[in-house]
Design a binder for this molecule. Structure first.
Ligand SMILES: CC(C)(COP(=O)(O)OP(=O)(O)OC[C@H]1O[C@@H](n2cnc3c(N)ncnc32)[C@H](O)[C@@H]1OP(=O)(O)O)[C@@H](O)C(=O)NCCC(=O)NCCS
Length: 184
């Protein structure tokens, strides 16, 4: 597929049906759609970055970034969590997930975000600038990640200064702050 056939734009309230449909089809269950629905109403996640990818008029991919903080005695750096990323089954492995990650990262940089975190496939996100095992870099996940999956909790610095000096446990938005969202 030519990448010029794909348009990416911010999702607005009237896109909610498309957003939830993409999530349901990509994951084959309601769980992530429910999470996204909750996160979009969660004040502690604001301001979110919610992007939809379209091919012609069909919504085929969605990515959500929600606000988080680093728990420490010092002022938290500006951080976000990427979750979830969803591409409809017929459109996977064509680079669309990567396009959504890159577009989201540009938007995070535009609003001055310093770091972005993700819990996900260890062989996928490093291709888009994420470093594995954010826990060993000083940023514990909201819930303990078992050692065998430690690499799946990843971080990416978005400023030239690199990772923030302020280290600590990452506190996510309320709707994400449940143990079932932190199991691989
Ligand atoms: C994982 C996902 C978001 C990737 O998006 P995508 O547009 O298909 O990925 P891209 O085309 O940008 O990149 C392709 C690479 O992604 C990886 N990838 C894609 N789907 C994967 C999967 N189900 N498991 C592991 N790796 C996968 C592969 O490394 C692939 O590279 P390859 O084709 O050379 O093997 C998408 O496949 C998806 O929505 N899957 C179902 C939902 C999901 O698991 N979401 C991730 C939450 S962290």
């Amino acid at each position: 597929m030519k990448t010029t056939e794909i348009q990416i734009r911010e999702a607005n309230e009237s896109d909610l049906g498309d957003v939830l449909e993409v999530e349901k089809e990509a994951f084959g269950s309601e769980k992530e759609a429910e999470l996204v629905n909750q996160l979009l109403e969660d004040e502690s996640a604001e301001p979110v970055i919610s992007l939809l990818a379209f091919k012609e008029n069909e919504a085929i991919g969605h990515i959500l970034f929600t606000k988080a903080t680093v728990d420490s005695n010092e002022v938290s750096p500006s951080i976000y969590i990427l979750a979830p990323l969803a591409i409809k089954p017929g459109y996977q492995r064509q680079g669309i997930g990567g396009m959504l990650i890159n577009e989201g990262i540009e938007k995070l940089k535009d609003i001055g975000v310093e770091m972005v975190f993700v819990l996900g496939h260890e062989d996928y996100y490093p291709r888009h600038g994420f470093k594995q095992d954010a826990g060993s870099l000083g940023f514990a996940a909201p819930y303990t990640i078992p050692d065998e999956h430690a690499g799946a909790w990843m971080v990416q610095a978005l400023t030239s200064g690199g990772l923030s000096e302020v280290r600590g446990k990452v506190r996510c938005a309320d709707a994400l702050n449940r143990p079932e969202h932190w199991r691989e």
